[in-house]
Design a protein around this ligand. Sequence first.
Ligand code: NAD
Length: 329
Amino acid sequence: MKNNLPKIGIIGVGHIGQHHVKHLTKNTECRLIGLYDINNDRSNVVAEEYGTKAFRSIDELIENCDGLSIVTPTKVHAQVAEPCIRAGKHVFIEKPITKTVAGADRLLQLAEENNVIIQVGHIERLNPALIPLKDFDLNPKYIEVQRLAPYTVRGTDVPVVLDLMIHDIDIILALVNSPVKNIRASGVSILSDSVDIANARIRFENGTVASMTSSRIARDKVRKIRVFQKNMYITIDFLLGLTEIYRVLDENEENSAAIQTASLDAYGSSRKIVYEKPNVKKIDALEMELANFIASIQGKETPIVDGHAGREALDVAIKIHDMILEDIH
Ligand code: NAD
């Protein structure tokens, strides 16, 4: 019965918000109640395109929903999410959770008091190219990430660390099960008033080192991660959806999925290096992420990236950004 399904609304229907509307319109596990955008013209255009209601009052939309997807600029995430949570509604907040850690802590506390879910849109965690890694015992020693994008004004309300690098920070925190020991970072401002190119190195308590470069001043998009660990090297191209794995096996160890690329005999051992290219399923990560939110409201799943994970990624991102500012001045 459609009437028993969670009632969902969307707040902010700009570039990314319209995709939320598209997926939530199609999701058969929820009822899309409508949307609200501070820009009435934008509300009308998107509501008409997807056959839903454009609310003129944000409070009225909140009142009529069980869960809200918040897709406004980051600087207003906290002020928009707070009344939703206070009204006892579950929230999906686009990344980063908020602009400040204090803002995130406040939302987390309110969510606990009101017994609601906060999910954060760290969409790369659902990138299909990461899924094959679940089959391996991961214990990274060194991680290298590059995320470059051509300049657009959208997103420049926050520095590049909070706009782009935070995706990689979240992935790295999920891959490395250890507290951060120290951070080194530097960056520059080129086109916007804030930092547009950043490089950071995190050392974790367990010895893992992660090095990240993010830039929003590039000709072409690049999104690559390389993970090195004892006897294994993984390289992922998020844009191509390509995952490649090089592993060391004993000479007589069989692996039908792998192609042998080299023997390590020259080093006095009977081992070989094999290459594997796991099949990466084509999935729409935003569709999956929103389906996870709906299923979490229904108590069937838990959020893949919850508010606490969103807060941790933000905390590291802000430490990196503060260090860059310190380095510049
Ligand atoms: P956008 O500027 O295109 O859209 C934002 C919309 O929010 C606009 O239509 C604007 O009118 C509306 N808005 C602003 N203030 C509002 C308010 N107080 N109440 C209601 N509506 C309001 O921005 P965008 O690129 O769609 O980004 C939105 C969010 O999505 C940001 O937090 C951004 O970081 C995030 N984002 C996520 C990804 C991802 O990969 N997950 C990618 C890009 C952006």
